[in-house]
Design a protein around this ligand. Structure first.
Ligand code: AMP
Length: 279
């Protein structure tokens, strides 16, 4: 496995690979890797000659300085995990390498970012748009792999790829969960043992709400169920629970079979967790 820290060294290597006719799959991450990330690497490996994983904690997408400061950084362990699944290339640039000057450029994804993550994390999707555009330009992949866990991010990147004519295939991969249902996340490392014990309540609330909607009951009922369930759990503070159209991510009042996304964000202490299911 090759590890690059500079754009030029990565690009020189990738140029030589492209001359050999090798296709490139790309998995952007912020590191502190878990099995969810590795599943994206494995999917990319099964579909491409070469898989590149980037590890970069992108400062421009953090609206909360505390979140950025405590975001776990575990490059050495990440590289070992990537090597163990046969990842070919790691790109781990410094902030100075990625941002010699801070871009003034601003992305506005319209209605897509007026809800949920966009609403509660102002500027977040601007930062995501900037870093993902830069990484796509640097790596020039044939295909890129993202997790459904960050559903709104997938929708934003889908728009970005269309609007800026990036010539790559976008693949959305399923959310990997711990045995107790908690969605795998780098931020889970910041939970105390007690918080970790209570965290699966988030997915349980999503499952409960799914059952309510599927049985024909109202979205109000599902919403009040989720807020009651979570307020009964020590240390969980619900930020939002939305019932949305899976394509547009705009709120809907009625359950549309196969097209409904249930999305949730909750704090456990200072750690913010998100999850979603599509029903
Ligand atoms: P992150 O390092 O959190 O920015 O995530 C990098 C990529 O991994 C994003 O496309 C995420 O959606 C994806 N990802 C994060 N958690 C999971 C998970 N539990 N299952 C599958 N993919 C995930």
């Amino acid at each position: 496995m090759q590890i690059f820290h500079t754009i030029t060294s990565l690009q020189n290597f990738l140029k030589s690979q492209r001359l050999l006719g090798h296709s490139v799959g790309f998995v952007p991450t912020m590191g502190a890797l878990h099995q969810g990330h590795l599943s994206l690497i494995e999917t990319s490996k099964s579909q491409n000659d070469l898989t590149v994983c980037s590890i970069f904690v992108n400062p421009t997408q953090f609206n909360n300085p505390h979140d950025l400061a405590v975001y776990p950084r575990t490059l050495e362990a990440d590289c070992e995990m990537l090597e163990s699944v046969g990842c070919d290339v790691v790109f781990a640039p410094s902030a100075e390498e990625m941002y010699p000057t801070l871009p003034n450029l601003k992305f506005d994804f319209g209605d897509l970012e007026r809800v949920m993550e966009g609403q509660f994390r102002p500027g977040h999707f601007n930062g995501v748009g900037i870093v993902v555009s830069k990484l796509f330009n640097i790596v020039q992949p044939d295909a890129a792999y993202f997790g459904q866990k960050d559903l709104q991010q997938c929708a934003v990147i889908n728009r970005l790829v269309k609007d800026l004519s990036f010539s790559l295939k976008l693949n959305i991969c399923p959310t990997l969960r711990e045995k107790d249902g908690l969605a795998m996340s780098s931020r889970n490392r910041n939970l105390s043992p007690e918080q970790r014990l209570n965290a699966p309540a988030i997915y349980k609330a999503l499952q409960g709400a799914s059952g309510i909607l599927k049985s024909g009951e109202s979205s109000e009922k599902a919403k009040s169920f989720v807020s009651k369930q979570l307020s009964a759990v020590d240390g969980i503070e619900l930020e939002y629970f939305e019932i949305s159209n899976f394509d547009t991510l705009q709120p809907i009042d009625e359950y549309l079979e196969g097209k409904t996304a249930l999305c949730i964000a909750a704090f456990m202490g200072k750690t913010r967790l998100i999850d979603n299911v599509i029903i």
